[in-house]
Write a protein that binds this ligand. Structure first.
Ligand code: GSH
Length: 136
């Protein structure tokens, strides 16, 4: 596996994926993409990021390009690492909490940089907030 990441001090999204992957104990290579440069987006795409952002986990033909999705993928691939709570209801609640935290960041980021993508975090927020209590 290969993890494309930004600076772990600055990019908490990168740090989250890196920590989860490190915790699995699986071997991986780390490719650093310099953030906040004119070339960041292009460099990330050349390195294999479909969104031009980091982190991205590459595993064979798969490129998983969101930090929470990376954590979910690793939790499923390495159950012995126990990255996720065993109780599915608790796991769902933890996941929703992290997603909502990310959604607020994404709303601001998309408003500033990619307003045409604003519908993505808004749709995710609507889905979480309108889910029946039994699903959360
Ligand atoms: N929702 C994404 C956010 C990824 C993200 O915004 N990464 C930033 C670094 S923290 C990035 O790649 N910025 C470069 C850019 O937007 O061009 C995740 O959680 O992985």
């Amino acid at each position: 596996m290969e993890l494309l990441i930004g600076d772990k001090l600055w990019s908490t999204w990168s740090m989250r994926a890196w920590l989860a992957l490190k915790h699995t104990g699986a071997p991986f290579t780390e490719t650093l993409i310099r953030l906040r440069t004119e070339r960041t987006n292009a460099d990330a795409r050349v390195a294999g990021s479909p969104s031009g952002r980091v982190p991205v986990l590459k595993d064979g033909d798969l490129a998983i390009w969101d930090s929470i999705a990376i954590c979910e993928y690793l939790a499923e691939k390495f159950p012995a690492a126990r990255l996720w709570p065993a109780d599915p209801h608790v796991a769902r609640a933890v996941l929703d909490f992290f997603l909502l935290e990310k959604i607020f960041y994404e709303i601001e980021d998309q408003l500033i940089h990619r307003p045409e993508l604003l519908r993505v975090p808004l749709a995710a927020m609507l889905r979480i907030l309108s889910a029946p209590a039994s699903e959360s």
